[in-house]
Design a protein around this ligand. Structure first.
Ligand SMILES: Cc1cc2nc3c(=O)[nH]c(=O)nc-3n(C[C@H](O)[C@H](O)[C@H](O)COP(=O)(O)OP(=O)(O)OC[C@H]3O[C@@H](n4cnc5c(N)ncnc54)[C@H](O)[C@@H]3O)c2cc1C
Ligand code: FES
Ligand code: FES
Length: 1406
């Protein structure tokens, strides 16, 4: 029946139970945009806008009126188009509960497990978990014990596998999720604020916030069901959105719309393709394909499965996994399950839930998307149905992919996966069996990463009765995603293998053919690596079937099918699993050891982080959540794409002024008296906008101001910058060139590190030397989940209020005042919380705030800005890359006698904080006793974006350089690296020599004891033996284990504080430090309660609840300084302690008097000046008195006197903590052991276990410090192993989003992750004996890199031995392992042709 879709309904849906109806909307509006800008539900955060982070995840519920069923699933609201949620119910974390009406157990547990730091990822985590809980409830599993759900541990972990968190390191989040699982072992749950170690399981369960399964997470509203049953038809005319319900309707729509007005029409299913292509053309109309039954279902019969094009990947997985024993032969079932298994590695759950199979294949066909689905379906001879006008065609997928890109009117209807039996070659042996396997090599095994290459192989084989070998009857080999137009079948290899009996020689020939077939297109990164993956996968597939006549000890593949020859009927498909499948995908165990101290109670308690619960419930307000004031405008930067050029002008195309644009602000708009300043440090300034010349790609040229953020961002894409390169010098794009052209930043002598000892003497003492070895270190991007953001609101009298997500509000204020040419007291910068900083919200946040302020000043309207991820990545600068050349002298026992370094630091084009980097590098490098240390460090000024402080700036590199030198020395001496480390660890006296004046007392040097303790607690010696054993028994997987120490210097800085006590006894605290997620407010609260408790208030815990730390406001508390360098928490605590001491002193006499009169004094009585009144004492005074009452009144009169006194007590105290010059610097110590496994066929590294011991002194809050340690370590893991912050030849960042920049996810952290927070007792000069934890543990992640090097060394030795040489040759053991040690890097060192070398060796030995 034809439906008149032009008279349909308004768009309606429900958000957290509230019905929303819209009479019109731009059809390109996403759900995220709508929720954030039009509703109060701001918990959905914009982390990437491309489906890669999970910060925006919502729970979508859909009602099917025919089945009377509700389907609940997660979706990324940044890609979901608003019109596509017509009739749906949406639940965000606000919908689960809140602090006013009651938090949900999910919120409480995430907070209590210390699983929220900055909190920007937390709402998304909560929603992902809630969806898993909802769906677990729908299963028919038995009812769990009260308080638990039907969820399994594995599902709980999978629920958050695609969600990024940059702060926590994931372990704590995984624990919070697992606490809901019916099958959880309570002993496996980590540190939390619910129970103490040693409590029984029953007690623990009781203490967990109760999860009530009967309280539905998202009850689908009855009214909505009713409305859906009556009619769902959306008025397509008003919404430019069509929901055809049949193919015929679709056809006529396509015809009519095209001819009508030539408007741009887009077919849409899940719209996740936008995440990759981010098309800039605005489509005028959309046709939602998901209502057409013919293409939205899955049909199964004996010959295969037909999947409608709009069926989601999740639904496809479900169908493929279903037990279909009745319908399929077991081969078919096996194949389908493997396809499903592969599909589970595509994107993340919240993408797969909306992403369609058809959308994926169309992207692969039309735009050469590196699809997994195309490859695996190609291997199994899939067919597709397409419709063009009235023409229907059924063609092979291969032909579909090879055709020229389909036009916009062609529709993919379905894809059919045949069973093996239905396509089987009838000539083949009836005893033959089917082998099928799929492969993908990606930076993260599960967490949302496109593969470098994927493959799927199907082969029909049987054993040859005469030769005993294995015959391949036929095979189908598909490869894709390696930098080719589309997935391909390796026909030549297939033909070669068909009919052959497998042998090493045959395999060798096949592999040569593969290498010649899988050749990435020009411009593809790591092309040789990708080809080598193809070889490795083919080898992995066929080698277990090859008769090697026992020539190798354990078969061609480790541990697989050793005595393979080979009764094919016994071949178990599972034996052909990829090696890494044997390792648990997620964290499998973790231990946290803390030693608590009650000396300064409640300081030292592992209390829950302040604000964690409201972060989880989405109530926490970040800058971007502050509602826009009336008339608010939005800004976006236009940046240079050239490193050095004159800018002639900026235009927009095709329209001279894109829709919504109000102004384009440049340096010419700086008001009279103002300066073109975007940021400032003690070393210099950086302009807000380039003036005549751009100095780097990524430099700000202008700010486009428009009526919405979307239009501002869109305008940028239409901007065209006219550059002039004539008569300009070449830009400086390398440190070598900078040195050649003497382009250097000056380092003030006071900051330049001192040489240590006598180099020539040290070199003379050496038995051996390594001369001029090189190391190169790349950059790292902060990847805070909240990008740079600010809101500037003009105020009366030429003032400006700026809300900035900043680590340095004070300096931001200075910059804005300078820029606008107004006094600093006209500028109020407010920062409440920051969605992750890591150094990137210090200097780099200033220009964003300044640009908003400048635009607001000029336009006299509020202006806000939220950088899109790409712009943020391009401008951020990040960690300093450097090149190091070193020479080292050493004795034959491994003792190093002298180290000489030349370090060239790439600082980029502006000075920022770069002059501190030499000191930091050297400081961390001095962790070993080098005998003598001599260095030359240059801070190079290049035409790259200016680099800034990133967590452990310089120290991360310095500590790594030290390890690289040690490893080199060990390799040169053929010694165990650990013994070289041990022999070069400092004694206290050498420590004093290297860290003159800051080494504290001998007892404070805890590193040697940490080192020894860790050897025991990590069972290092035993595991080292096991690693040797493992490597002996395995050819294609090698393990390495490594222990490293760190010494990390930190400096305390002056910090202000202010404590005020209000009428009711509640306390409000302001500090210089900013809450970045590091738990600063929590420690400050604890310190306030502790310090005020010296007034002999006996319920200190209550006092803790009375403290609130409030936002930083530069006009309320001045001299806030930088929140950086790991010490701001302790210095803020100390500032607060000083304030409290003042208050205690002021209140002391009053307390004494009250105590004398009343015996004991309650806090409220002491504080509340209205106390007596509130108790009715004043009114009683006017009544006639009995003799007994008379005595009371005398006492009461005394209270009145007290009140009078009290009224003159100043209950607000402020202070500036200025650290003692002699103790403001100190050293932190820690050590880590990491064990990794490297897959030699892919280059993939898995961190099997990490054990950390870190000295926190007497931790101010061990839970917070533990979170810092784990989070910093995982961020370091990213730096050393995963994160490639790549630029093009112009220095323009090309790793510009979640697709190309891979921070760690849950599946890449250590599988066993054990951390001990060491309490090393009293440290006299430290704040309540505490030590820092924010940055130093990041350095420990170098242990993973070192362990990887050890594994690679084994691989190289083996490789050399295959060529008949001695494996211990220096060639094999001395090599540079880059940072990050990505898969291509690791594989490159293990041997890109290792498979060929191995087979040649076998053939040769035969
Ligand atoms: C973060 C992320 C990670 C990903 N990782 C992977 C991965 O590792 N491997 C992998 O293979 N894929 C990956 N994908 C791709 C994902 O599978 C596709 O985006 C998705 O399947 C597209 O389906 P959709 O329904 O959202 O398509 P849409 O976005 O709605 O459509 C995509 C394109 O196809 C057109 N189209 C859609 N359906 C039809 C049809 N039936 N006929 C004609 N044209 C049609 C649309 O007009 C549009 O041009 C990832 C995607 C995201 C967002
Ligand atoms: S913002 Fe949607 S997934 Fe990142
Ligand atoms: S707490 Fe997860 S990103 Fe900050």
């Amino acid at each position: 029946m034809a439906v008149d879709r032009e008279t349909g309904k308004s768009l309606f849906f429900v958000v957290n139970g509230e019905r929303i109806e819209l009479s019109s909307v731009d059809p390109s509006t996403t759900l995220l945009e709508f929720l954030r800008s039009q509703t109060r539900f701001k918990s959905v955060k914009l982390g990437c806008g491309e489906g890669g982070c999970g910060a925006c995840v919502v729970l979508l519920s859909k009602y099917d009126p025919v089945l009377d069923q509700v389907e609940d699933f997660t979706a990324s609201s940044c890609l979901t188009l608003l019109c596509s949620v017509h009739g749906c119910a949406i639940t965000t974390t606000e919908g689960l509960g809140n602090s006013k009406d009651g938090l949900h157990a999910i919120h409480q547990r995430l907070a209590g497990f210390h699983a929220s730091q900055c909190g920007f990822c937390t709402p998304g985590m909560c929603v992902s978990l809630s969806a898993a809980l909802v769906n677990a409830e729908k299963t028919n599993r038995p009812d769990p014990s009260p308080g638990f759900s039907k969820l399994t541990v594995s599902e709980a972990e999978k629920a958050i596998a695609g969600n990024l968190c940059r702060c926590t390191g994931y372990r704590s989040i995984a624990d919070a999720c697992k606490s809901f699982a019916a099958d959880v072992d309570m002993e496996d749950l980590g540190l939390n604020s619910f129970w103490r170690n040693g409590e029984s399981k029953e007690v623990k369960i009781k203490r967990l916030p109760f999860y009530d399964r009967n309280r539905e997470i998202c009850a689908f509203p009855e009214f909505l069901k009713k409305e859906i049953r009556s009619s769902m038809v959306l008025d397509s005319k008003r919404f430019f959105w069509h929901n055809p319900v049949s193919l015929i309707e679709l056809q006529s729509l396509l015809d009519s719309l095209e001819t009508k007005d030539g408007s741009l029409v887009k077919l849409v299913a899940g719209n996740t393709g936008m995440g990759y292509y981010k098309e800039i053309e605005c489509n005028d109309r959309y046709i939602d394909l998901r209502y057409i039954p013919e293409i939205s279902s899955i049909k199964t019969d004996l010959t295969g499965i037909e999947i409608g094009a709009t069926v989601t990947i999740s639904k496809t997985i479900e169908a493929l996994k279903k037990e279909n024993k009745a319908e399929f032969h077991s081969n078919g079932e096996m194949m389908f399950k493997k396809i499903a298994g592969h599909m589970e590695k595509i994107a993340s759950g919240f993408i797969r839930n909306t992403a369609s199979i058809g959308g994926n294949l169309v992207m692969a066909q039309r735009k050469h998307f590196p699809s997994d689905i195309a490859t695996i379906l190609l291997a199994v001879d899939s067919l597709v149905d397409i419709m063009s006008g009235t023409r229907h065609e059924k063609i092979m997928l291969e032909e579909f992919l090879e055709r020229s890109p389909m036009d916009s009117k062609t529709v993919l209807l379905n894809v059919r996966i045949p069973t093996w039996e239905s396509i089987r070659n009838i000539s083949s042996d009836t005893n033959s069996i089917l082998l099928f396997e799929t492969y993908r090599a990606a930076p993260r095994p599960l967490g949302n990463a496109l593969p470098y290459l994927n493959a799927a192989f199907m082969a029909e084989v049987s054993s040859c009765r005469t030769s005993g070998g294995i015959i391949v009857y036929n095979c189908q080999l598909a490869f894709g995603a390696y930098g080719t137009k589309h997935a391909i079948r390796a026909r030549k290899v297939e033909e070669f293998l068909a009919g052959k009996t497998l042998s090493v020689a045959v395999l060798y020939e096949a592999i040569k053919l593969v290498r010649a077939t899988v050749i990435p297109n020009d411009g593809t990164s790591s092309p040789v690596y990708r080809s080598s993956l193809a070889v490795g996968f083919l080898f992995h597939f066929f080698s277990p079937l090859v008769d090697n006549n026992g020539e190798t000890s354990n078969g061609l593949l480790d541990g697989h099918m050793n005595d393979l020859l080979v009764d094919v009927s016994k071949l178990d498909q599972n034996t052909l699993q990829l090696d890494h499948d044997k390792i648990p995908t997620f964290l499998s165990s973790a231990k946290q050891v803390l030693e608590l101290s009650t000396e300064y109670y409640p300081v030292g308690e592992p209390i829950t982080k302040a604000g964690a619960a409201i972060q989880a419930s989405g109530e926490a307000v970040y800058v971007g959540d502050i509602p826009s004031p009336a008339n608010c405008l939005h800004g976006a930067f236009i940046y240079s794409t050239k490193p050095l050029a004159r800018v002639r002008g900026i235009k927009f195309q095709p329209k001279p002024y894109p829709d919504g644009v109000v102004a384009v602000i440049t340096s010419e708009d700086i008001p009279k008296g103002g300066e073109n300043t975007g940021s400032k440090t003690i070393f210099g300034t950086e302009p807000l906008f380039a003036e005549e010349l751009t100095e780097c790609a990524g430099q700000r040229l202008a700010l486009v101001v428009a009526d919405t953020q979307k239009r501002a961002d869109m305008a940028i894409k239409f901007s065209v910058v006219d550059y002039d390169l004539e008569n300009l010098e070449r830009p400086i794009l390398s440190v070598e060139e900078a040195v050649r052209r003497s382009s250097l930043f000056e380092v003030p002598p006071s900051l330049f590190p001192k040489q240590v000892g006598d180099l020539s003497k040290g070199m003379a003492e050496a038995d051996q030397k390594i001369l001029s070895a090189e190391i190169k270190l790349g950059s790292q991007y902060y990847f805070y989940m909240e990008t740079q953001t600010a809101l500037a609101v003009p105020d009366e009298d030429n003032c400006m209020v700026v809300y900035s997500s900043s680590q340095v509000p004070e300096w931001t204020q200075v910059v804005i005042a300078r820029c606008l040419g107004i006094p600093e007291h006209n500028v109020r910068v407010i920062t409440r919380r920051v969605g992750g900083g890591f150094g990137g919200k210090a200097i780099k946040a200033m220009p964003v705030a300044a640009a908003c302020a400048l635009a607001a000043h000029k336009l006299r309207r509020p202006v806000r800005m939220y950088l899109d991820r790409k712009t943020d990545m391009i401008m951020a600068g990040g960690r300093h890359p450097m090149k190091i050349t070193y020479s080292v002298g050493f004795k034959s026992n491994g003792k190093i006698t002298a180290l000489q370094l030349e370090i060239l630091i790439n600082a980029g084009c502006f000075v920022d904080i770069s002059p501190i980097i030499p000191h930091n590098v050297l400081s961390a490098l001095k962790k070993y006793d080098w005998g003598a240390l001599f260095f030359d460090i240059k801070v190079c000024k290049t035409n790259h974006s200016s680099k800034s402080a990133m967590r452990a700036p310089g120290e991360a590199q310095g500590s790594f350089i030290a390890e690289a030198v040690i490893e080199h020395v060990a390799a040169a001496l053929s010694m165990e690296v650990d013994s070289v480390r041990r022999i070069n660890l400092h004694t206290y006296s050498s420590l004093n020599f290297f860290y003159e004046g800051i080494a504290d007392q001998p007892l404070d040097y805890t590193l040697p004891s940490i080192w020894n303790k860790l050897v025991t607690s990590s069972s290092l010696l035993h595991r080292t033996k096991m690693v040797v054993e493992f490597n002996r028994n395995n050819k294609w997987r090698k393990r390495g284990i490594s222990q490293i120490p760190i010494v990390h210097e930190v400096t305390l800085r002056p910090t202000p504080g202010k404590v005020s006590i209000l009428h009711d006894g509640s306390i409000v605290v302001e500090v210089g430090g900013i809450e970045l997620g590091q738990g600063l407010w929590t420690k400050v609260k604890q310190m306030t309660a502790f310090a005020l408790s010296s007034i002999q208030y006996d319920r200190v815990g209550d006092l803790l609840d009375k403290v609130r730390v409030i936002q930083s406001d530069t006009l309320s508390l001045i001299q806030g300084g930088f929140t950086s360098g790991s010490t701001t928490s302790e210095s803020s605590c100390e500032a607060v302690r000083l304030c409290c001491n003042i208050l205690v002193e002021r209140l002391g006499p009053l307390r004494e008097r009250l105590k004398e009169q009343m015996g004991s004094v309650a806090w409220e009585m002491l504080i509340d000046q209205d106390f007596l009144q509130s108790k009715g004492i004043f009114s009683q005074l006017s009544c006639p008195l009995t003799p007994q009452q008379n005595g009371v009144v005398e006492r009461k009169n005394q209270h009145l006197l007290d009140v009078a006194h009290l009224q003159s007590v100043n209950l607000s105290a402020s202070s500036l903590f200025v650290p003692d010059l002699n103790s403001m610097k100190y050293l932190n110590y820690g050590a880590a052991v990491s064990e990794v496994e490297v897959n030699l066929l892919t280059g993939g590294t898995t961190v099997l276990q990490t054990d950390i011991i870190y000295d926190c002194g007497q931790s101010l809050n061990p839970a917070v410090d533990l979170g810092q340690i784990e989070g910093a370590f995982v961020q370091g893991l990213g730096f050393f192993m995963l994160e490639e912050y790549l630029t093009d030849s112009n220095g323009l960042v090309v790793a510009e989003g979640t697709w190309t920049y891979k921070i760690p996810t849950l599946d890449t952290i250590p599988k066993n992750f054990n951390v001990e927070v060491l309490n090393t007792g009293r440290h006299q000069k430290r704040v309540l004996s505490s030590k820092a934890s924010g940055e130093p543990p990041l350095l420990l992640a170098a242990s993973v890199h070192c362990a990887t090097r050890a594994a690679i060394k084994e691989a190289r030795k083996q490789l050399v031995s295959w060529s008949g040489q001695d494996g211990s040759t220096t060639n094999a053991t001395i090599f540079e392992l880059e940072v990050p040690a990505t898969m291509p890097v690791v594989k490159g060192l293990c041997g890109l042709e290792s498979v060929e070398r191995y087979l040649e060796w076998i053939i040769g030995t035969k």
